[in-house]
Design a protein around this ligand. Structure first.
Ligand code: NAI
Ligand code: MG
Length: 539
């Protein structure tokens, strides 16, 4: 079956073709992995709590390279004792941090951005090694975005201010914004660096300390980020503990000194965290899943919409994105042409980012391949359980009467990747809007294209989901575009684009897609500070 783990052992086409034409051959797989592997091994068995140190229990768990199945290192298996150490240290550090002037805090956070910028390549390689995301199309882009996030929030520091309120001529009344204390952050593995940065940078600028519980499958990238930030920030202000959800995540949420939790991940875990936070009555931000609609009208710029579908679906990240456009509604007049163009483009995907390779080499590349190879567009999914989950959904869709699975691209042929967690992108047509494939978050490279002819009906259909994270509409008809932006139930609605995360844009979900927002000044103030009202009677 095409979507199963690939087992072919023939040699890589790109390498052999390069040899034939006498052009520069790529570094071998083992060369490329050497530096990030050494880094993963140096970080093995460690949390960062005031410095790199092992779990109190001494226990560890394996971390794999999803492209080869090899163990790349062992992460420290955190539990309540490690969390308690990190939170206690954070609480102490936060008391001093909050007393620094806001501009001094902002300057240090912006400095973190500079340090991270100097380590983009290293972080990108480590991220590709542990997550299987392609370095050129994904990991390097993500590693670049995080330094930008720190620079942006660092610059916002002086905007942490309140208001004066007219009350009584002899009473001066104003609000001020104060830090909440220690923030507990819990993240998933799909974009670990970015999701950490979007929580950490605003929390720090606002005067808080942060303890991160990293994702089981991707502990090293964020651990290295934590180590780098600790070159700049006061000791103890930012700690990272690795481990499992129940063993390390739950004690973080429950710790009495943790005054705010910010989480990205699945809906079920979000609900669990919300319940635990309710016991303590602390605020939470929850960035949960999505099943995001993309609506393409008859008059849309066709080429732009097809490219938009590829970017929106994050095919280069194997669809492992909460905002993935996994339900694409296309007007019947252009539906068949759209599906043909979409599948053709996925088959010959050229990444939308500048390529450091020569044109000839680009033509010879295989799109799915070694995540650390510059020539690769699409890497692997994160883990065997995720691969199994995706394949179950693909099988379900294939079994549906009237459905067609357009399987795109080709699995890599390099023997060293034969154990890699690769899955071919699938575009379903003819599937029911009521099917599980069309309603549940797959978190893989699987999208459904539906045909429509009634604009109002398609807006209702787009909204007929429990999710409400992101939506887009593609048209040049201004009236229809505005109508859609009013009707669509989602935290982010875009017209003729589906852009990536920017630190100045508030992003978050309606319905089960979450609570609260990330990104932007307002979000920092709302989610990482308390408002205090002060009234001074001088009569
Ligand atoms: P998950 O929600 O279980 O894990 C995310 C993070 O929460 C991890 O760090 C995990 O250790 C932690 N965690 C798990 N249980 C916890 C608990 N009881 N208390 C505190 N922390 C806990 O997501 P998982 O298992 O990695 O992925 C499962 C599915 O979730 C995916 O297939 C996808 O559909 C969805 N997902 C959505 C994401 C998004 O960005 N919205 C990101 C990752 C997964
Ligand atoms: Mg889970």
């Amino acid at each position: 079956m095409a979507t199963m783990l690939r087992t072919s052992t023939s040699s890589s086409t790109s390498t052999s073709a390069s040899r034939v034409l006498g052009i520069r051959s790529f570094a071998t797989k083992s060369d490329r992995a050497a530096a990030p592997l050494a880094l993963a091994q140096r970080l093995s068995g460690k949390h960062f709590i005031g410095g790199l140190r092992p779990a109190k229990s001494g226990a560890v768990f394996d971390v794999h390279n999803p492209a080869t199945g090899e163990t790349i290192g062992h992460a420290a298996l955190g539990d309540e004792a490690d969390i308690n150490d990190a939170v206690t240290l954070a609480s102490r550090a936060q008391k001093e941090w909050r007393e620094q002037s806001v501009r001094a805090r902002g300057a240090l956070v912006a400095k973190c951005g500079e340090v991270l910028r100097a380590h983009v390549e290293e972080l990108a390689q480590l991220t590709s090694l542990e997550t299987g995301k392609a370095i050129r199309t994904e990991s390097r882009v993500e590693a670049g975005l995080i330094s930008d996030t720190f620079s942006f929030f660092g610059g916002l520091a002086p905007e942490i201010k309140g208001q004066t309120i007219p009350f009584n001529p002899s009473v001066l009344t104003y609000t001020s914004r104060e830090p909440v204390g220690v923030v507990g952050a819990i993240i998933p593995w799909n974009a670990p660096l970015l999701l950490f940065a979007l929580k950490l940078a605003p929390a720090l600028v606002a005067g808080n300390a942060v303890v991160l519980k990293s994702a089981e499958a991707a502990p090293f990238g964020v651990l290295r980020v934590t180590e780098l930030l600790n070159q700049v920030l006061p000791s103890g202000l930012v700690s990272t503990v690795s481990g499992y959800g129940k063993q390390a995540g739950t004690p973080l949420v429950r710790h009495p000194l943790v005054k705010k939790v910010t989480f990205t991940g699945s809906v079920d875990t979000g609900r669990e965290i919300y319940k635990q936070a309710a016991e303590k009555l602390i605020p939470v931000t929850l960035e949960l899943g999505g099943k995001s609609p993309m609506i393409v009208l008859e008059d849309a710029n066709f080429e732009k919409a097809v490219n938009g579908a590829i970017l929106s679906m994050r095919f280069t990240r194997q669809g492992q994105s909460c905002t993935a456009a996994s339900r694409i509604y296309v007007h019947e007049a252009i539906h068949d042409k759209f599906v043909a163009a979409l599948t053709e483009k996925i088959n010959a995907l050229k990444a939308p980012f500048p390529l450091p390779l020569s044109f000839v080499e680009t033509l010879l590349t295989e799109r799915m391949g070694d995540p650390l190879d510059e020539a690769t567009d699409i890497g692997t999914v994160i883990s065997k359980p995720q691969l199994d989950k995706i394949q179950r959904y693909i099988a379900l869709g294939k079994g549906e009467q009237g459905a067609t699975a357009h399987e795109c691209s080709a699995l890599p042929t390099d023997a060293s990747l034969s154990k890699g967690l690769y899955v071919r992108p699938v575009v379903f047509t003819g599937i029911s809007n009521q099917s599980r494939v069309a309603r549940e978050e797959i978190f893989g490279p699987v999208t459904c294209v539906f045909k429509f002819n009634d604009f109002d009906a398609v807006l209702d259909e787009a909204n007929s989901t429990e999710y409400g994270l992101s939506a887009s509409v593609w048209t040049n008809d201004l009236q229809k575009a505005l109508h859609a932006t009013r009707k669509l139930e989602a935290g982010v609605v875009q017209v003729n684009q589906n852009a990536v995360v920017q630190p100045n844009l508030p992003v978050g979900g309606w319905k089960v897609s979450g609570l609260g927002r990330e990104g932007s000044l307002e979000t920092m103030l709302e989610h990482f500070t308390h408002s205090k009202t002060v009234a001074i009677n001088f009569a």
